[in-house]
Every structure is written in structure tokens, then in C-alpha cells.
Design a protein. Structure first.
Length: 184
């Protein structure tokens, strides 16, 4: 498959930056990303993973997250129960339950395997409650998004050939008919 890596890098950076701005993520908050590099290349999810595509997407995500001082969590595929690769400091800060596994392309996915190699001190955790998320290629990141998730329509609708879905979160609205949600 012929893949334009420069375009994929630009699309990833544009989408991530727009989401971080729209969601208003603060330093230390978490962005979760699920990605099918197969879908990015126009193939069926799980059928044509690519280290090269994963490396470009990860580098773009790390750059944007570094600019905004946001923590990055990379979701593994269903073969690892959608566990996540994070920096050890994130696992400690958020008191996340570590699991013992090393994601590889065929069990974890190319992006998670790349994160395991490229993060400074990577660990795998079972679950996370992220403040925003990018789903590149219908990888189903919803289980790792803080309640209440709000869909975000980004200008960038695809990364390569993969559909892009984004979400931010907000606190739950509680009360009832007499509840007030905004300060006067």
C-alpha cells in the first residue's frame, strides 16, 4: 500500500491539537488514543499493521502532547483487552493498575507496540479514565473516557483512510428541574 507519511503526520497533529484546544485539556490531564494502522492505510482493521505508520502517528501525538503538557495513553487492541501503554509517571500519578504484557503488532497493535518501544518508561495498565480521546479507525476507546463523553466534530475527519472520532468530557449534570448549571 502506498502511504503518504507526511500527510498522516500533519493530519494527526491537526486533529490532536484541535481536540486539545476544544476540550480545554489542562497540563497533566490524559488524552487516550486508539488507532488501527491498517485502517489508516485503507485496509480492514487488524489486517495490515505498520510500524512505519505507527511511528509517524506516535511522533506527531507525542509532539502535540508535549506542547500542551498532556499525558498520552495508547490503547492496545482487543487481543490485550484494550489495555493501555502509558508512561510510568502517569500510572503512578493516577494510581493505575499495571498489568504484565508486552504489546506487539499482532497482539496489542502497531501503535501500542511502538509506544512500548518509544516511551521513556512505558508500562501497560488495565484501564484509564481519560479526559479526551481520539479514535483512529473505529478502535472503540469509549471504555477509557471519563463520564460524560461529548462528541467533538473536528475539521480533520480522517487520518489517512481511517475514520476519526473525537471526544471531550464534562462533569455530570446533577439535580433536576430546579438545578442551576451556570453561575450568574
Amino acid at each position: 500500500m502506498d502511504t503518504d507519511l507526511s500527510m498522516i503526520g500533519r493530519q494527526t497533529m491537526q486533529a490532536a491539537e484541535e481536540l486539545l484546544k476544544t476540550a480545554g485539556l489542562q497540563p497533566g490531564q490524559i488524552l487516550v488514543v486508539g488507532c488501527s494502522t491498517s485502517e489508516v492505510q485503507g485496509a480492514r482493521i487488524g489486517s495490515y499493521g505498520s510500524d512505519v505508520v505507527a511511528a509517524r502517528i506516535l511522533a506527531s501525538l507525542q509532539k502535540i502532547c508535549s506542547w500542551y503538557q498532556v499525558a498520552l495513553a495508547i490503547q492496545c487492541c482487543e487481543h490485550l483487552n484494550r489495555a493501555l501503554v502509558v508512561e510510568q509517571a502517569v500510572a503512578s500519578q493516577y494510581r493505575l493498575d499495571e498489568v504484565t504484557v508486552i504489546p506487539v503488532a499482532k497482539a496489542g497493535g502497531a501503535l501500542a507496540a511502538m509506544a512500548m518501544r518509544k516511551f521513556a518508561k512505558p508500562v501497560v495498565v488495565e484501564a484509564i479514565i481519560a479526559h479526551a480521546g481520539l479514535d483512529i479507525g473505529s478502535t472503540l476507546i469509549g471504555m477509557h473516557i471519563k463520564k460524560v463523553a461529548i462528541p467533538v466534530r473536528l475539521a480533520q475527519r480522517n487520518i489517512g483512510e481511517a475514520y476519526l472520532t473525537a471526544a471531550r468530557t464534562r462533569p455530570k449534570l446533577i439535580g433536576g428541574a430546579r438545578a442551576v448549571y451556570e453561575l450568574c
